[in-house]
Design a protein around this ligand. Structure first.
Ligand SMILES: *Cc1c(COP(=O)(O)O)cnc(C)c1O
Length: 393
């Protein structure tokens, strides 16, 4: 079984590029060039240098002793929360800004929901001195004032999407419209392992630094490269794709994908796509997607903004369908409890997205000598208000 993308841009039956004809030249230019550009020694040198000096990589692989004792298994945390800007998203935006420069683009566009990807994009545009336009739903702009302020400080222009529900999908529509109108000088930075081919594969390759590091770091700690389990939360699926990448074809490594159940899988307020989703097309690719009987995208819900997405990337749809990954869903309450637990046991306040991945230890029993690597995708600073309101701190 192949879990990587094939030459046609598919993971099994998922993926592809379902795009309006007017977008074809933009996506085709990227498709023809992305692997070539990424293979250039000069590109790799600049990418690796920035990951080291700007992002602060390698991120530590930390043996969480007190957490391990509590659950009677060996738990390592991959500390993406320690990256510059506080999460894994910067790995991808650094890669894509370098790609954009090599392709001669001077203008960057992006869409953002909660603002995390917008901030990561505005950051690398400031770093490279490129014009940055971020589309964001009007409702989200009102809800996410600190991230809007960050983007503005970083020099980005934030344009409100005023149509539809005035949230993420409307911002995406605006970004696509912009790209159609500016095919020559503009690159569209997508923030997760989603979108038309080659985006899911390109984003996965940029994020694969996570599992590349886990391998040599675990070898240092344990004398072996492969853990028994790798665990990550899934919104669109970029931190998970990066965490799994170098283990996809290692049969001894089991893969666990953690989705947000929101108020409960059957509550109508959920984002558990692997259970609630059916095959459909979103953001230019065929994947699993939460939708009504007549194919309208269902509004997802999760307490964590990063997991509040109605689909999963096509790689994950394939991992789910083939059974290569075990999918688990975690409710708001379970995630919040685990976020507080990690804070108290290890002195690490996690992003609520990452708290979902940590919550599996209450639901699944591991062996004492199992080595379980959990990707800690981000830090909790951005979620402090949510923690305050939830725990009445
Ligand atoms: C955005 C985000 C996620 C979800 O995005 P993926 O593409 O699924 O990784 C998870 N954790 C954090 C901290 C995030 O900011």
């Amino acid at each position: 079984m192949n879990y990587n993308v094939n030459e046609k841009g598919y993971y099994g039956e998922f993926g592809g590029a379902y795009i309006p004809e007017m977008l074809y030249p933009n996506v085709e230019e990227l498709r023809q060039n992305y692997l070539k550009v990424m293979a250039e020694p000069d590109f790799q040198k600049e990418f690796q240098q920035l990951l080291k000096d700007y992002v602060g990589r390698p991120s530590p692989l930390y043996l969480a002793k007190r957490l391990s004792e509590k659950y009677n298994t060996k738990i390592y945390l991959k500390r993406e929360d320690l990256n510059h800007t506080g999460a894994h998203k910067i790995n991808n935006t650094i890669g894509q800004i370098l790609m954009a420069k090599r392709l001669g683009k001077s203008r960057i566009i992006a869409e953002t929901g909660a603002g995390q990807h917008g901030v990561a994009t505005a950051t690398v545009c400031a770093l490279m001195g490129l014009e940055c336009i971020v589309y964001m739903g009007e409702i989200d702009i009102a809800r996410q004032a600190p991230n809007v302020a960050r983007m503005k400080m970083l020099g980005a222009t934030v344009i409100p999407a005023l149509s539809g529900s005035r949230t993420l999908k409307d911002a995406t529509n605006e970004a696509i419209r912009d790209w159609i109108n500016n095919p020559v000088n503009t690159h569209y930075i997508i923030g997760s392992a989603i979108g038309p081919h080659p985006y899911p594969d390109m984003v996965t390759r940029f994020q694969s630094i996570i599992s590349e590091e886990i391998k040599w770091q675990l070898k240092e700690h344990e004398g072996r490269e492969n853990p028994d389990y790798v665990v990550a939360c899934i919104g669109g699926g970029s931190n998970a794709a990066g965490t799994y990448y170098h283990f996809l074809h290692e049969e001894s490594v089991k893969i666990i994908a953690v989705e947000a159940a929101g108020l409960g899988v059957d509550s109508g307020e959920s984002a558990a796509t692997s259970i609630l989703g059916k095959e459909g097309i979103i953001h230019g690719c065929k994947t699993l997607l939460m939708q009504t009987k007549d194919g309208q995208i269902t509004e997802p819900y999760s307490i964590s903004a990063g997991l509040d997405y109605p689909g999963v990337g096509p790689m994950h749809a394939h991992l789910c369908k083939t059974g290569r990954a075990e999918f688990m869903s975690i409710t708001d309450d379970e995630a919040m409890k685990s976020g507080l637990e990690l804070s108290k046991l290890e002195g690490i306040i996690p992003a609520i997205e990452s708290s979902h991945a940590l919550a599996i230890f209450d639901k699944k029993k591991f062996k004492e000598d199992d080595i379980v690597v959990v990707n800690l995708s981000g830090r909790g600073d951005k979620d402090l208000d949510t923690y305050i309101n939830y725990f009445k701190l």
